[in-house]
Design a binder for this molecule. Structure first.
Ligand code: PLP
Length: 462
């Protein structure tokens, strides 16, 4: 049987998919018991993948087994309740389910013509997101791979609009000799902002850093004079402390000056979906563009990121695509709002997540992250740890008596494989950073985490 015939048989027999399903079920059933971070032995096992590309075709059975037997053991337990690294988020079951289904559809999400269903669901998601975040009606959304791409898209729209208003069409004239754009960024910006600014032709030295307070909130009285050359970058959810800028006051100033304010709200923007936390996002609607992730706080699987922009012409022009073969329709064509042409139909799982949770479900989930974060901070504090941030959202910054102890505790906690969190630096200090952003995290997970930390500290003292 030749390979094409063989694939046809596999597709119709579906044994392969049954196998995938049963392996996936095994994984789900083991999630609460598995190491949160793989053991060194399991990582070493990955060497079995080191092999030259074979001449002959492989076996479905063998490939599936290799991935399950070796691959799954070298995953982090992101789906469980005690992975607190970065700001990764868990996955809502319905979203995993529809992602499986829509993976089989294999839709190219770029055009209405290549996927009417994706186009429709993007349109619905755009509407719903505007409701959740209370954004102006003219706002448009593009569905990208994450907040890095969303930041890139929003900042490209800003660059287009500011220059256009100054009589310079960047799409025609390019960056050389363009009027100066003044970039004002929060000194606490996420690394992706520096990266995307560099990609857009604004090097690090062109950025004026605005100082922030002890929580990483932009200091309003340090806000420079803005004008219509100014691009201002703000934060909803500082990656370390989870703090939010005062959008209300800052965006008013930006708007008065004709400046563009972009908000990086990768995980924090979702505070708007919690009744008790929505005060944190007050005034966001006054900005010009917003970047947010689905895969963090909303707990979609990877990878919906979203750029939302009040100025649809600027976004579309900045990401313009033309080509004889591209056929636009009178329906929504997703590629107008993203840097990519071909792309995953990622709005499908985003839509399913929002439809499933509804406003109440989102409120419950996001408010719970905050409550668990407070529980953790209180428990650790009662056991002699120093909590460096005001726990306004889902991030907790932890330190011990000195940097060396902090590092040792972090190392011990990481090696326990019972929970996982990362380190960071905060105001000149080594810190441990915890992000509560999985719906799976229970009160008991937090209690267990507190005892893992306390044991680690005691172990070091002895
Ligand atoms: C995670 C994060 C980003 C980058 O988002 P990706 O989805 O990883 O590309 C940007 N800003 C903040 C504040 C983040 O937390």
């Amino acid at each position: 049987m030749d390979i094409l015939q063989q694939m046809r048989t596999e597709l119709s027999e579906k044994k392969l998919f049954d196998k995938a399903r049963s392996f996936a079920y095994d994984y789900i059933d083991g999630i609460e018991k598995m190491d949160v971070f793989p053991s060194p032995e399991n990582i070493k096992q990955l060497n079995v993948f080191n092999e030259p590309l074979s001449e002959k075709s492989g076996s479905t059975e063998e490939i599936m087994h290799l991935l399950h037997d070796v691959g799954s053991k070298a995953t982090i337990a992101q789906l469980g309740g005690r992975y607190f690294g970065f700001v990764n988020g868990g996955a809502v079951p319905i979203a995993l389910g529809v992602k499986w289904l829509s993976d089989v559809w294999d839709q190219c999400g770029g055009l209405f013509l290549t996927s009417p269903i994706n186009s429709k669901l993007e349109q619905i998601c755009e509407q719903w997101l505007k409701t959740i975040f209370n954004l102006p009606n003219e706002t448009v959304a593009g569905f990208v791979s994450g907040t890095s791409m969303a930041n890139l898209s929003g900042l490209a729209a800003a660059r287009f609009r500011l220059l256009k208003n100054l009589g310079w069409d960047i799409n025609i004239k390019g960056i050389n000799g363009a009027p100066e754009i003044k970039i004002f960024a929060h000194e606490q910006v996420h690394a992706s902002i520096k990266k995307t600014l560099a990609m857009l032709g604004f090097g690090n030295e062109n950025i004026s850093w605005i100082p922030s307070d002890d929580q990483g909130r932009l200091l309003i009285d340090k806000l420079p004079e803005l004008d219509n050359h100014s691009l201002l970058i703000l934060q909803a959810g500082n990656v370390n402390t989870g703090s939010f800028d005062d959008f209300h006051t800052i965006c008013d100033q930006a708007n008065k000056a004709g400046a563009w304010a972009h908000i990086d709200g990768a995980f924090g923007l979702w505070a708007a979906a919690s009744k008790s936390l929505s005060y944190l996002t007050k005034g966001i609607e006054k900005a010009s563009s917003w970047a947010v992730d689905g895969h963090k706080t909303l707990n979609t699987p990877y990878d919906p990121g979203i750029i939302m922009c009040k100025d649809s012409e600027a976004l579309i022009s900045a990401l313009q695509a033309s080509g004889e073969y591209i056929t636009y329709s009178d329906q929504r064509d997703p590629l107008l709002y993203t840097p990519e042409l071909s792309k995953r139909s990622r709005a499908i799982e985003l839509w399913a997540t929002m439809k499933y949770l509804g406003k109440e479900g989102m409120d419950t989930m996001i408010t719970t992250f905050h409550n668990r974060a407070k529980q953790l901070a209180e428990g650790l504090s009662a056991n002699g740890f120093i909590i460096l941030n005001e726990v306004v959202f889902n991030q907790v910054l932890i330190a011990c008596e000195n940097d060396q102890q902090t590092k040792l505790v972090l190392h011990t906690v990481q090696n326990s494989s019972q929970c996982w969190c990362g380190g960071s630096r905060w105001k000149g200090k080594d810190v441990i950073r915890i992000s509560i952003c999985s719906w799976m995290t229970t009160k008991e997970d937090i209690e267990k985490t507190i005892s893992i930390f306390t044991d680690a500290k005691n172990l070091i003292k002895n």
